[in-house]
Design a protein around this ligand. Structure first.
Ligand SMILES: [Zn+2]
Length: 300
């Protein structure tokens, strides 16, 4: 049996695993992401997962963005100590193995396509809806990364060129409508008030929407319509058959997915766009690690 080493790097957690060609995990480990000297923590985690085990053949890394695949460097928003950090080269030097890198949302899409809700689909869009909105495309089974690795930034597709200014500098981005903080912001602006012991976040909003609070329901419908516009546009551009949605906001379940289905039915026109099926993530927090393993296997 042969293995690859999969690594998932986020602002709060580092994860690594030895994964075989079927996607089975032999050994795995996690540790919190330190504020400084992340590379030492990563090296210790890699040692913990690989020492005494079968030697892996390649390394696949999913990392929070932004990143630049042309240079193999990363500058994760939530990891201030890494700016233009040469992650691919550092891991290649550390392990002596062929090393491939992609964004964490791209690895999410690849993982769901390989082992999750998008299994057996021809072409897939994976969307991570949480504090922001990330995405990744898998076309004919292969990840679409782009020259610098930034393909799939669907959170910053404009669904309203006359809309509000986004933090990215663009206007009318879907993230401005459908991310967790923006769902809660719109609801608060429109008279929603969470229970006194609750934080005014998307989780509380989802609970209130499920209980029938009209403003909370309207917030999810508005967010779902923006997502539907983005999904229909992406489908028209690259002919995806399947969409898988993960991230914290996807845990809202029916209050997000039911209106999304209705809005997509309203927004989509062409038959191949109307045929797109939307699913909730089945791998959850493990999707990106699975995708990182798949990335490594595809390059071996
Ligand atoms: Zn934007």
């Amino acid at each position: 049996m042969t293995y690859v080493l999969a690594i998932d790097i986020g602002g709060t957690k580092l994860a690594a695993a030895l994964v075989d060609e079927e996607g089975s995990v032999l050994r795995s480990g996690t540790r919190p992401t330190p504020r400084t000297d992340v590379m030492s923590a990563l090296a210790a985690l890699i040692a913990e997962v690989t020492e005494g085990g079968p030697p892996p053949e390649a390394v696949g890394i999913g990392c929070a963005g932004p990143l630049d695949l042309a240079t193999g460097t990363v500058s994760p928003v939530n990891m201030p100590s890494w700016r233009g950090f040469p992650l691919r080269e550092e891991v290649r030097k550390l392990t002596g193995l062929p090393t491939v890198l992609a964004g964490d949302a791209q690895c999410f899409a690849l993982g769901e396509h390989w082992l999750g809700a998008g299994r057996d689909s021809a072409s897939l869009l994976g969307i991570v809806v949480s504090t922001g909105i990330g995405g990744g495309l898998v076309i004919d089974g292969m990840p679409l990364l782009g020259p610098t690795g930034n393909a799939g930034h669907v959170g910053h597709m404009s669904i309203d060129p006359n809309g509000e200014r986004c933090e990215c500098g663009g206007r009318g981005c879907v993230e401005r409508y459908s991310s967790g903080p923006n769902l809660a912001r719109w609801a608060l602006d429109n008279g929603w008030s969470p229970a006194p012991d609750e934080q005014a976040d998307a989780r509380a909003l989802a609970r209130d929407a499920a209980a029938g609070d009209p403003v909370a329901v309207a917030a999810f419908e508005r967010g779902a319509r923006a997502l539907a516009g983005m999904i229909a546009s992406t489908a028209a551009a690259v002919e995806i058959t399947t969409v898988v949605i993960g991230g914290g906001v996807s845990a809202a379940g029916k209050v997000l997915f039911d209106p999304l289905e209705r809005m997509l039915d309203d927004v989509a026109g062409l038959a191949f766009v109307r045929a797109v099926r939307v699913h909730q993530s089945t791998l959850g927090v493990h999707a990106a690690l699975a995708g990182a393993a798949r990335l490594a296997w595809q390059r071996t």
